[in-house]
Every structure is written in C-alpha cells, then in structure tokens.
Design a protein around this ligand. Sequence first.
Ligand code: PLP
Length: 404
Amino acid sequence: MSPVAQVAHAPTSELIRDAEASLMYVVTRPSQVMVRGKGCYLWDADDRKYLDFIGGWAVTSLGHCPPALVRAINNQAKTLINASPALYNEPMIRLAKLLTDNSCLDKVFFGSTGAEVNEGAVKLARKWGAKHKHGAFEVITTWNSFHGRTLAMMSATGKQHWDELFEPKVPGFKRVPFNDLKAMRQAITPQTCAIMVEPIQGEGGVWVGTKSYLQGLRQLCDEHNILLILDEVQTGVGRTGTLWAYEQYGIEPDVMTLAKGLGGGFPVAALLAKDKFCVFEAGDQGGTYCAQPLAMVAGHAVVSEVIRKKIATKAKNRGAYLRRRLKALEGEYGLSNVRGKGLLVAVDLPQENGPQVVQACFNAGLLINAPVPKSVRFMPPLTVSRAEVDEMLDIFTGVLRKLG
Ligand code: PLP
C-alpha cells in the first residue's frame, strides 16, 4: 500500500483517450496519468509508484505536497484568493520583504512564469537604456541558454534550431558562446544595455559558469555601465547549494529572475532588481495574476522553509554525494563528465541515447530527464534523502546494464 491516500479517478485508458482527443499537442507524453505525489514520489492512476528525480522540472523544492506549502495555500484559500493586481495584498508585501531581506536586490515584481519575468528583466534593461544610455536596447545572451518560450525569450534563448521557428523573431538579442569572456567583450557595442546569463545552463545540459567568467561579466558590465541580469529561474532557491547561485561567485547581479523552485510547484515568479535600475513607470509592467495571494503565500512558505531548515546546505551535501557516487560508477558504465552544483546534476552517457535511457527508467519507476541526447539530468526535490539517491542509482545502473 502506498502511504498516500488514493483518490478516485477514471481508468487510465479512458483518461488517455480523452487527453488525446482534447489536449493540444505540444509534447509526447507517456501513456500514464499522474494522480498524486508525496515527498520524492509520484503515483499514477494505476497506483504505480515513481521515484521523481525530475521534481516537476526543478520545481518541487520541498518535495510533492509538503505540509508547509499545503497549509499555506489552504489557509490563504479560505481568506483571500484574489484581490486585484491594482491593490496591495498582505502576502505580496511579506514575500517581497522576505526576498529582498535575503538577497542583494532591493525591489521585486511578481509574475507567474520564468519567461514572463525574464521578459520583464529585458523590458527593465531596455527602459534603463532608453533613459540613461542613449537608447541602448540590445541584450547579449549565450548559445545553449534557455530563457523561456514567449517570442522574445525564444529570441533571447541560444538554441540554434529555434532560429527558424515563428519568424520573424524579436530583434535586439545577440548570442555568444557561454564561458567565453572574450566573445562577450567583443559583442558589446554602444547599443548594448545588458548581459543576461544563467549561472548554470540548465536546459542546455547543466553547464556550470566558471567563477572567472561570472566575475569577468560583472567587471564588463561595470566598465560599460550595462546591467548584469542573472536568470536564476532554475538555479535559485537553494537548488545549487546556496539560496541564490550568485553567492558562490562572489558577485552581485543588478537584476535576478526566479520562478520554478520559488513556489515549490505553485506558479510564481519574481523579477528582482537593485534600486538604481528600478525605472518602470506606471503601466510599463503588470499582469492580472501578478502578486496573486495564493502564489505569494506559496513562495513565502517555500523560501522561509528553505532558509529556516538550511535546505540549501542540505542540497549542497546531497548533491556532492550524488556526484561522488556517479563518479565512482563512471568506469563500470562508461559514464563521463559528472557535473553540476547542489542538486542540479548531469552526466554524459556512453552513447547518444538519452531518450531511450529516460524511457527505460520510466518503465522501471524512475523519472529522470535527458536535456540533450548525450546527457541525463537529475533535479530531485532538495529534500531528497541519501537512501533515495541510492535507490535512484540502483534503478539507473540497472537500466544502463540492460541497455548495454
Ligand atoms: N529560464 C530558465 C533558466 C529556465 O530553466 C526556464 C525553464 O526551464 C525558464 C527560464 C522558463 O521558465 P518558465 O517555463 O516558467 O517560463
């Protein structure tokens, strides 16, 4: 018996038939339907249990249905679900204070998704360029980056194969190789208003920005009087072993974006900036659901729990254990290039068969992800136990043995 109460639902075959008939196709999903979760585990409609090392796509910071998050959402739902984006609500003020008290940034705008707040960051940088840098508007990003799926963020993202999609793209973005300071320096022109990077490229395959690179970017931005925007949508809220990844680089960004782990599964995102760059005027930025109370209490519950229980440090130690164990398995399974920080970890496979490995793991009750065919990525809840890491590796290596 699973420890989580079963819920009534239709048979899987019926659900999949209805899904195929009524959901717009955007991705190929397995023919199972997830119905509940607890901690590091999910259960499907046939009561099959999955060990979840995808974590809702680096989202479930505290695991599935953590009591603190459930309590916060339940209590708020009984009090005030939605006021209006044009009115203050108490949870929005409390979360803004929590984030600014615990980061180097001064002010926050709240949205619902990473793409939305990244787009907000670009708007802020362009507005600042218009006001203070003779109309500079260009933002330099990096190849292999991922910043979201709105049209502007697809233009900012460094995925070559996206370049032909949905033309024409939004102008004003230039891409250069990641971890290449010289290329970044050469790309800066009088039209540049900002550099936007992920400290660790997550969707691109978990490529860690080096300390000298991030410090060099900080210096370049200071020299040229342009903004350093850190997209911490995937790396923020303890994922990499500190509350924010930038802390490990000895630098401070001018602007930082958060989403994913911030709400622990509830959609909430934040655009944070230093006072000096907060140049929006009334009407420049907003949205019906910005700073929506349920999202605000979710974010507050997650961040305060991460801070109070020192979960970032736990993620750092657990991640080090996972990387150590993967490293020890390299020779036997032809794995290589174990990389990452905290609980954002990837490893290269002996062949470019990531999707096949992911499918075989799914069949064996383990959720992992292959961001590129050569690599698999692990991004479990930050609360994952050592025993769960061991269980994951048993299933993963069993699959590698079977696939040869
Ligand atoms: N930025 C980074 C670094 C991401 O990893 C993602 C999503 O994977 C996004 C932005 C987009 O976030 P969302 O899917 O919430 O729009």
